[in-house]
Design a protein around this ligand. Structure first.
Ligand SMILES: [Zn+2]
Ligand SMILES: [Zn+2]
Length: 334
């Protein structure tokens, strides 16, 4: 089977950190695991961070990819909940210990022992991969494989970021950066009756924001036309924390969706935080977030903008993501 591996982390434009190998064998599902034949794998910014070394390597030569739609082809011992032939999803959160204080208080996203697909274990930039059955997801009907893939990280994380932003009913939401995750979170907010202001660079992304129903669309560091009850920062740009906080109304919350952010410049207490504005990070997601979001996607058809690439072009897809050459989400199709 073909699989991409992170040889030596480095810039995707230049050092060719990713290499495609042809393996004689497919992986074997361990106890409690499913073997998936990959049908589609989304290309997420986190894959770029793993490939370029912004995230420290957890496993040498790891195969990236954690938005995986697959067909179950084999079950390991004691793997429950799925049958051969089922469609199943693998997402970023691969495993937690279920015993620590965080797991016990329904915050398994904070589990210090947690492991991640495409970082600690091989992911979906391949023809086959394994996933623990207890962390695999049932997928909503009514979507093509390629449309489902971005829901599994971009969608779930965007949903958690929206929940963490505590947008009041009918509230005003600012979205900074408008890629794969943002365009899904925006639709959830709009479906709930929010007014959505999108602030992003890139004309394609702005056009998509307008098509989806954003009330206003501006440049990344612009001020939105009205104060915001909540904002989500999707762009991995620490500089944008300041204008996003400044745009919040009294009591507003800014949630930062990314796993990686460039440094945040010094804040001015009065301009950026006073009046009980809050700044929050978002760390991974729980399985409950995934179930809620995928349930919502089953009831409310989300428009998923997908750019398919053949599996062999994973390196090009990552370079295009880095350069902002497409709107919506890139998806690898083996
Ligand atoms: Zn735990
Ligand atoms: Zn991701």
């Amino acid at each position: 089977m073909r699989a991409w591996h992170v040889q030596t982390p480095g810039p995707v434009t230049g050092s060719r950190p990713l290499r495609l190998h042809d393996h004689d064998e497919v992986p074997r599902p361990g106890p409690g695991e499913l073997l998936l034949r990959v049908l589609a794998c989304g290309v997420c910014r986190t894959d770029l961070h793993v490939t370029e070394g912004d995230l420290p390597p957890h496993r040498h030569g790891v195969t990236p990819g954690h938005e995986v739609v697959g067909e179950v082809t084999e079950l390991g011992d004691h793997a429950r909940g799925f049958a051969v032939g089922d469609r199943a999803g693998a997402a970023w959160l691969r495993w937690t210990d279920n015993t620590c204080a965080y797991c016990r208080r329904d915050a398994e996203n904070l589990c210090p022992a947690s492991t991640y697909t495409g970082w600690d274990a091989d992911g979906g930039y391949a023809e086959y991969m394994t996933v623990p059955a207890a962390y695999a997801h049932r997928l909503p009907p009514g979507y093509a494989d390629a449309e489902l893939a971005p829901l599994l990280c971009a969608g779930i994380i965007g949903y958690r970021a929206l929940q963490r932003a505590e947008l009041p009913a009918g509230g005003r939401l600012g979205i900074y950066g408008f890629g794969g995750s943002a365009h899904l979170a925006a639709q959830v907010a709009l479906a709930r009756g929010a007014t959505v202001h999108v602030l992003t660079r890139g004309e394609q992304a702005r056009r998509l924001a307008r098509e989806l129903g954003a009330a206003s669309v501006g440049d990344a560091a612009d001020s939105p036309p009205e104060p915001l009850d909540a904002a989500i920062l999707f762009a991995p740009v620490g500089d944008l924390v300041l204008p996003a906080l400044a745009a919040l109304d009294r009591g507003g919350t800014l949630s930062i969706a990314g796993i990686h952010l460039t440094d945040i410049p010094p804040l001015n207490y009065h301009a950026h935080l006073f009046q009980e504005r809050q700044l929050r990070s978002v760390t991974s997601n729980t399985r409950a977030d995934a179930r809620e979001f995928l349930g919502l996607a089953a009831r409310h058809k989300l428009a998923v903008t997908v750019h398919p690439y053949p599996l062999d072009a994973a390196d090009r897809a990552l370079a295009d993501l880095k350069a902002g050459r497409f709107d919506g989400a890139a998806v690898l199709i083996p």
